[in-house]
Design a protein around this ligand. Structure first.
Ligand code: MN
Length: 236
């Protein structure tokens, strides 16, 4: 097997590739500045914020999603690094698998850190701008102290005061723009499409089994071939 960077070890350990359609992630390529937010209807609906840093997507599960209101502090649970290939993942993670549920690409673009992002990430304080399709302007991501018993670091995602900010009475961006920036679909539509695809594939498997059974039966009742010919046939 190809030698792989340990950066995504945690990510890979949690998933069964082949069961889930999520990407395994290839070689680490540094230098990008992508950001993505994926709406994820798992056991509990949340929005995964991912910022590219040194070849991986640093990831936070924002439980209530981002808010454009500067006073609103949104809890962002720090989770394992994801591969950059994950940014284009939209679909359904099978039930019973890690993160089982439907994923929608809610926003994407690039992020521009105000300071050295490595230092900021290590320190637990990132100030940055987002140039997304939905989210723009300046943001803070600040690490909180972990409480006893908490496994993952809680951070807070907070909008800065600027032209892209909204007031508490303005429309909520999550409700205003719920659709995928890639496919234009709602989470319900993606979930339904996947359900249809699964039903279709189950149906076609069942039909194939029927066809094989029929063919085998036909072969059994077919006139006996000479032993010479039968010997040439590959064993089943
Ligand atoms: Mn998630």
């Amino acid at each position: 097997m190809r030698k792989q960077s340990p950066a995504l070890e945690k990510y890979r350990k949690k998933r069964k590739f082949g069961v889930t359609a999520e990407p395994r992630g290839g070689k680490i390529k540094r230098g990008g500045d992508a950001f993505v937010i994926q709406k994820h209807a798992a056991t509990r609906l949340h929005y995964d914020l991912r910022l590219e840093l040194d070849g991986v997507m640093k990831s936070w599960a924002v439980t209530r999603g981002p808010s454009l209101v500067p006073g609103e502090k949104r809890l962002a649970i720090h989770v394992e690094d994801h591969p950059i290939e994950y940014n284009s993942f939209e679909g359904t993670i099978p039930k019973g698998q890690y993160g089982g549920g439907t994923v929608l690409i809610w926003d994407q673009g690039r992020w521009i850190p105000d300071h050295d992002p490595r230092k900021g990430y290590a320190k637990g304080h990132l100030d940055f701008a987002l140039e997304g399709r939905k989210l723009k302007g300046h943001w803070h991501l600040v690490r909180m102290r972990k409480r006893p018993g908490e496994r993952q670091d809680p951070w807070l995602l907070i909008k800065s005061q600027d032209d892209a900010a909204r007031g508490p009475k303005d429309p909520d961006i999550l409700e205003e723009k719920p659709k995928s920036v890639v496919s234009g679909r709602t989470i319900e539509k993606i979930a339904k499409a996947e359900g249809d695809a699964v039903r279709e594939s189950k149906k076609s498997i069942a039909e194939n089994v029927k066809r094989i059974k029929k063919a085998t039966k036909a072969k059994k009742i077919a006139p006996k071939q000479s032993t010479k010919n039968a010997a040439k046939k590959p064993k089943k």
